[in-house]
Ligand binder design. Structure first.
Ligand code: URA
Length: 201
């Protein structure tokens, strides 16, 4: 067993927050342990909770199309979420849920050690791009601690809103070149804050 599969086993029985009582399956994430790119979404939805896999519903199909547009498949990238359990009625993640789940995401980032992290939606973005609006900064990369972060709209939002759809499609097309240049790009500063202090709501 790899350290990542050990982590998945830990996530499967986690009871750190109330979401554990409503889940059918925890959704740890999936992808190669040595992936160059990690995509971080918000939280599992209905289909993800049923299958225990991230991004397998409508938003996931769109994400697959976006990946295909840059010649990538699911098997090439690591995909996970800020929350590992489905919030009831797909409610927005709460600050305490994000905090409770944060050690799992931290460990995933540490173990996969991607060159680039693409945040999908504002909840995933907020940790590395605090107190800014996603509509203002999507598609603008920031390098922190050797990792290149690229904020993008959430595919579920972009799927149904034509103006975001064009944005997410264009932002996705930036990935290959950014990845190729990642090592040369200069570092930005991180003003990291706990979820409780972020302007999420
Ligand atoms: N939306 C997310 O943020 N994550 C999923 O896994 C599915 C839908």
């Amino acid at each position: 067993m790899s350290e990542l599969t050990d982590l998945y086993a830990e996530i499967a029985v986690c009871q750190r927050c109330a979401l554990s009582s409503g889940r059918r399956n925890a959704v740890p994430g999936e992808g190669p342990e040595n992936a160059d790119i990690m995509f971080i979404g918000e939280a599992p939805g209905f289909h993800e909770d049923r299958q225990g896999r991230p991004f397998v519903g409508a938003a996931g199909h769109f994400l697959n199309e976006l990946l295909a547009s840059i010649g990538l498949g699911r098997e090439d990238v690591y995909i996970c979420n800020v929350l590992k359990c489905r919030p009831p009625n797909n409610q927005d993640p709460k600050a305490e849920e994000i905090e409770a789940c944060r050690p799992f995401l931290d460990r995933q980032i540490e173990l996969v050690a991607p060159k680039m992290i693409v945040t999908l939606g504002r909840f995933s973005m907020a940790r590395w791009f605090p107190n800014v609006r996603i509509s203002r900064i999507h598609g603008q990369p920031k390098k922190i601690g050797g990792v290149l972060y690229l904020p993008m709209f959430h595919p579920a939002a972009a799927l149904h809103q034509p103006r975001y759809r064009v944005d997410i499609e264009q932002d996705m097309l930036k990935i290959p070149q950014l990845l190729a240049q990642a090592a040369q790009l200069v570092e930005d500063e991180l003003e990291e804050k706990p979820a409780a202090q972020l302007n999420l709501f």
